[in-house]
Design a protein around this ligand. Structure first.
Ligand code: HEM
Ligand code: HEM
Length: 456
């Protein structure tokens, strides 16, 4: 009885569930990242332990950071601010909680499957068919809950964060269905080149239509509140929204410039990857002008600090990404650790930092108590920041060494001793990030369940 009453009485149950989900999988995902980085230094150390093979732990790491850590962290914030912006309650806390549980079951099943060797072997779409179905259902339920919340709104104006959240969950439900070829349960794939095109349409949109819009929605909500400045321009925010939808959605083929896909598709992907500068800069100008003169306030607020750093990372990853879409650049950067560096700036530095900031913004509000430890949150900020900046430097250098060796016709095995030291450095930097993840898990658990703080 008490349990079902909690559905009605706690207006933040869903956000709490997603905070917990995100913090837990962040710790697991980074632990697996450490295993993957160790494997690349000493493959023999873990040899013959099938569930620790690199081919299994790499997709576990990647799927966990995307769907276990970052997405739920951003969704935690979205389930808090969409009802507030609409001046209503979340349509159904019960549905929200059930969806969060279902989501966790899907991720756990996917990870167990991967560790046992069950995979579709398609990047970002490795989870086997039943898990893909559960995730599509998950997106459907999240969309239903949030859209019904918007429908029952008291506020006529839809602030840009609401646009981004609704677009992200609805469109990703669709692209996830398409990219995982859910209508082909036997293979979970199409044939040949068509499969590559469809896969990268989807894979790219995990960043472009899920992580990016959800992260921008959080930044648009939190930065004006932390700085107590109104948003610099509502027109720019809508220009950025439509710019993102028009330009970002169909450039996945920039992952396939070395593949015999039709040239017109490559041209579109390259041109629009450069055009991405428009929505990116429109967002950044808008948010940085909103924060103008208030860097002190941002520094003093842990959520502001995480999210503002996320916007700086967004700048770097996007400028770098536009460059990487040029064939002349990709001749050096493709097929090596440069791309892995880019991936960590984007998914951890931009979207991950923003997710952490979003959770630290809502936690005191959904528990009505101060954060358990501001010191630990600050410590986590620095550990993650040092880790991701370090990753960027180290992996970029390795990428350049590998890329130039490749261009010069050098064989792979002769390059390996040269990059060994950098792999050790990456592992060391990973220890910073994994410590940050466990500290965050502890802080969030204490804030949610064992917080002696005075109710504010
Ligand atoms: C203007 C924005 C961006 C552009 C034009 C862009 C461009 C690119 C390109 C061309 C690649 C393929 C590189 C290669 O295979 O040689 C790539 C890979 C990648 N990008 Fe971006 N990027 C942008 C922003 C982002 C953001 C914001 C994120 C994360 C939220 C991100 C995450 C990734 C990831 C994870 C990969 C690796 C994919 C793989 O597994 O091969 N990118 N990006
Ligand atoms: C303990 C910290 C971490 C370590 C040691 C680590 C290590 C690794 C390793 C070894 C890979 C495989 C690279 C390869 O195939 O050569 C990888 C891939 C990846 N990691 Fe991490 N990682 C860590 C944390 C994170 C976090 C927190 C995120 C995001 C929030 C993240 C996002 C990714 C992504 C998106 C890829 C795929 C890259 C690509 O396909 O290009 N990692 N990571």
């Amino acid at each position: 009885m008490a349990f079902s009453a909690a559905f009605e009485t706690d207006p933040y149950l869903t956000s709490k569930a997603y905070c917990l989900t995100s913090a837990f999988w962040f710790a697991v995902a980074t632990s697996v990242g450490i295993l993957a980085a160790s494997y690349l230094i000493a493959p023999d150390f873990m040899a013959n332990i099938s569930f620790l093979e690199f081919g299994r732990i790499r997709p576990i790491h990647v799927n966990l950071v995307l769907f276990g850590f970052v997405t739920p962290g951003l969704l935690a914030a979205a389930h808090y601010f969409v009802p507030r912006l609409m001046r209503t309650q979340l349509y159904s806390q019960k549905l929200g909680l059930i969806t969060a549980v279902l989501w966790n079951l899907a991720i756990a099943a996917g990870v167990i499957g991967l560790s046992l060797g069950h995979t579709k072997a398609r990047e970002y779409a490795e989870f086997v068919w039943p898990v893909s179905v559960l995730i599509v259902i998950g997106f459907g339920l999240i969309s239903h809950n949030l859209i019904m919340t918007v429908r029952q709104r008291q506020e006529p104006i839809l602030y840009v964060s609401v646009w981004y959240v609704c677009a992200a969950v609805v469109l990703t439900g669709i692209t996830y269905f398409i990219g995982n070829v859910v209508w082909e349960p036997r293979t979970g794939a199409l044939l040949g080149i068509s499969d590559a095109i469809v896969l990268w349409f989807y894979g790219h949109n995990i960043f472009g239509l899920l992580l990016t819009p959800l992260s921008l929605s959080v930044a648009y909500y939190v930065i004006p509140r932390v700085t107590r400045n109104p948003l610099y321009s509502h027109s720019l925010s809508l220009l950025g929204f439509w710019g993102l939808l028009v330009v970002y959605t169909h450039i996945g083929t920039h992952h396939l410039l070395q593949v015999p896909v039709p040239t017109w598709l490559k041209v579109i992907a390259i041109v629009d990857s450069i055009a991405m500068v428009i929505p990116v800069m429109v967002f950044l100008i808008n948010i940085w002008y909103t924060a103008r003169g208030k860097l002190g306030e941002i520094h003093a607020d842990i959520a502001g600090k995480f999210i503002f750093t996320g916007t700086v990372m967004y700048f770097f990853v996007s400028i770098q990404g536009s460059m990487m879409a040029l064939p002349i650049v990709q001749r050096v950067t493709h097929f090596n650790n440069w791309v892995v560096g880019h991936a960590h700036i984007g998914v951890l530095g931009f979207a991950g930092m923003t997710a952490l900031g979003g959770m630290y913004y809502i936690l005191p509000r959904i528990t009505e108590k101060p954060l358990y430890s501001r010191f630990l949150a600050d410590l986590q900020y620095w550990l993650v920041l040092i880790g991701v900046v370090g990753f960027t430097i180290v992996l970029t250098i390795v990428g350049l060494i590998q890329g130039n060796a490749w261009l010069n016709g050098e064989t792979v095995y002769r390059v390996l001793p040269e990059i060994h030291l950098y792999y050790v450095l990456r592992l060391a930097l990973g220890v910073f990030v994994v410590m940050g993840a466990y500290i965050g898990l502890y802080n969030i658990l204490r804030t949610l369940f064992f917080n002696p703080g005075v109710r504010s």
